[in-house]
Design a protein around this ligand. Structure first.
Ligand code: WT7
Length: 650
């Protein structure tokens, strides 16, 4: 198995779930009973859940269509509207005054938006978009800071049947352009800026730049005024969000859409240079968003305040900041800024100020806050917290224990959720009041999910042995494909195991108690601060610089980021100031992709070590980057001196 397998965790401590009155699952027997029902009658169980948890405009008759597997279709003859499920249905149930979104800006201002008010805003935005010519099936790119208007924009798209594609606000103009063009978006919704670390981070200028050099598909740019900074304005193309919404009626009939209608496209990195546009459906996605909110977070819409710290530019923000909590009719918190502004107590201050009960973040944030010191959480009242979640990368047991004791007061169960952009929602996770947890393990598949660890031939491996993580049955929130590239969908996820299993791209093992332990990606994908980055993507960005002949990217273990980006670079000519060039190349990658892709280390060499067949010896480079002893056979290398150079000794 190749790839960056994280150190295999050895952890035997076990934590029993605390008791909880009225929990969705209160024992492993309850979990097993539902899992058994799925095993005996998978489609019947999904049918029941889909009827009970979603409002259908036209009920479905067929649960799962496998005719064109691996292109699965769920509830396909059913029709619904996602925004109606997230808004109208709660208002009609008399919950219009309940807070849907609590928003805190980085400078500290707070907005509380009720379900009724959110519905009105969404209707106005939907009407405004229609007036700009957006129709069912069109694509809309959303490039926004974490402000409520971002959620309004997503829901407005769903109301009229436009497919949204949210692009993370820290992606560069170049990365934005590629995504706009791939999706063929007619409209871009953006802001004049958002607050990050006390300053306004401009977004509109990146949109302008992207549109100047391409994106012929875009007709309009809708701009939320948030940052108050000077921005360029193209008359006729650019439209002020507030001006446009002001004149619209606050009602808009939701369109009835097929359950299979693409709700959104979200780009993620793969093992080739080009990001993949992961397509998600309406019905299946929303069902799973709602069910996993209830199962994994034991979400109680009447009492809970749920805070997922992810940006809506990632899948976590889609499923657990917006669609999941709203589909349940609960309260979701959105925060605009960085976790350490103005100090390392910000997250805990927000938890205390808004009585957050369920908190969900990434191990990288936890590790950074551990470094900042225990005095920060100690300053704030965290007694309202009842469940803590993590996502995005394996959590090391030390970080788990800190989260459990210092943040959760040994009172709150920890749910370590394993899933991916492609899976739409949680796949492996403890159930907070049922599953005994082991620090570092995502424990078991959720009800309805069937997972296994197999070898390269697809045969299950023995207990405790490392292998590849696969999902053996389709599930409603599974991706429906890669936008515009059905072949790549089949090749990436299905061909490895002859269309039988979904191949996740992660290494894993199951221990003697059946607990799953994720060991990291087995492909050329890095996990940097919980963000997925393709090595080829960063390599192409480097090679696009005129001075670079060749580049290889590997991950180096980092105690905060999980993995840091280590670049080996071969130049076209000589360089007399490597430090200056390093800075130039880092800036270049930032412009090509975004600051998250900036290499942490760059090392220059005369050539890269390759096998006889010309493949870069990545394992060797990973050892060098980590400062480890070299484990790969290098006797075939023609130029042994290169190793010393790569090790930084020359
Ligand atoms: C990859 C997916 C799912 C939302 C955030 C990332 C890694 C995710 C865990 C976890 C160990 C994890 C996997 C996966 N990952 N959660 N709890 N334990 N690894 O979504 O960008 O699509 O990345 O993140 O390697 O394949 P993504």
């Amino acid at each position: 198995m190749s790839g960056t397998i994280q150190s295999v965790l050895q952890e035997n401590r076990k934590f029993d779930p605390p008791p909880s009155e009225g929990a969705c699952f209160d024992s492993m027997q309850a979990y097993q009973a539902l899992q058994d029902r799925f095993f005996d009658d998978m489609e019947g169980t999904w049918r029941e859940l889909a009827h009970a948890h979603l409002s259908w405009r036209k009920p479905f008759t067929r649960v799962l269509n496998r005719d064109q597997a691996p292109f699965f279709r769920w509830f396909e003859d059913g029709e619904l509207n996602v925004s109606e499920n997230c808004l109208d249905r709660h208002v009609e149930a008399g919950l219009g005054k309940r807070t849907a979104i609590i928003w805190e800006g980085e400078p500290g201002e707070v907005r509380r938006i009720s379900y009724e008010a959110l519905l009105h805003d969404v209707c106005r935005a939907a009407n405004a978009m229609r007036e700009m010519g957006i129709e069912q099936g069109d694509r809309v790119v959303i490039y926004m800071p974490m402000v409520p208007e971002a959620a309004v924009a997503m829901l407005a798209c769903s109301r009229i049947g436009a497919t949204h594609s949210v692009v993370f606000g820290a992606f560069s103009a170049q990365a934005l352009k590629e995504r706009i063009e791939d999706a063929g978006a007619k409209l871009v919704i953006t802001a004049d800026g958002g607050y990050r670390r006390g300053a306004v981070h401009d977004l509109k200028s990146s949109v302008d730049e992207a549109l100047k050099t391409g994106c012929a598909c875009v007709r309009h740019v809708l701009v939320v005024k948030r940052g108050g900074n000077d921005i360029g304005w193209r008359q006729g193309r650019d439209i002020d969000w507030h001006e446009a919404l002001k004149v619209q009626p606050d009602t808009c009939e939701p369109v009835s859409l097929s359950s299979e209608h693409p709700l959104f496209i979200l780009y993620t990195s793969g093992s080739t240079g080009k990001p993949k546009g992961i397509v998600h459906s309406s019905g299946g996605f929303l069902l799973w968003a709602r069910l996993t909110m209830q199962w994994t977070f034991d979400f109680r819409p009447k009492d809970d305040v749920f805070w997922c710290t992810a940006d809506i530019g990632w899948i976590t923000g889609h499923t657990y900041s917006v669609y999941g909590p709203l589909a349940c009719g609960g309260t979701t918190l959105m925060y605009e800024g960085v976790p350490t502004y103005p100090d390392a107590g910000r997250l805990w201050k927000i938890c205390a100020a808004h009585s957050v009960t369920v908190f969900y973040t990434a191990p990288t944030a936890i590790r950074a806050l551990i470094k900042a010191g225990d005095e920060w959480p100690a300053k704030h009242d965290l007694s309202k917290l009842r469940i803590l979640g993590t996502v995005g990368e394996p959590i090391n047991p030390e970080a788990w224990i800190w989260y459990y004791t210092v943040i959760g007061g040994e009172r709150c169960p920890i749910v370590d959720t394993w899933w991916q952009t492609e899976t739409g929602g949680h796949m492996l996770s403890p159930l907070p009041f049922a599953t005994p947890t082991k620090p570092g393990s995502a424990t078991f598949p959720l009800p309805g999910i069937f997972a296994a660890v197999v070898d390269n031939e697809g045969k299950p491996v023995g207990k405790g042995e490392g292998g590849l993580l696969v999902i053996t049955q389709p599930w409603p929130a599974m991706l429906r494909g890669i936008w515009g590239d059905p072949k790549r969908y089949e090749e990436t996820y299905w061909h490895k195991f002859g269309n039988r299993y979904y191949f996740a791209g992660d290494g894993a093992r199951c221990d003697e108690d059946g607990y799953f332990w994720i060991m990291g990606r087995v492909d050329d994908v890095l996990n940097v601060s919980g963000h997925r980055l393709g090595t080829m993507e960063v390599e192409s960005a480097l090679v696009s610089h005129e001075l670079v002949a060749e580049a290889a990217i590997v991950g180096r273990p980092d105690d905060v980021k999980g993995e840091a980006i280590f670049a080996f670079v071969v130049l076209k000519g000589e360089c007399d100031d490597p430090a200056a060039l390093e800075a130039i190349l880092r800036k270049h990658v930032s412009q090509e992709i975004g600051p998250i892709a900036k290499p942490d280390d760059i090392r220059f060499a005369g050539s890269l070590p390759k096998t006889r067949s010309g493949k870069i010896m990545r394992r060797l480079l990973r050892d060098i980057a980590a400062g480890r002893e070299i484990t790969q056979d290098i006797s075939t290398l023609e130029d042994q001196k290169v190793i010393e150079q790569l090790q930084g000794q020359q």
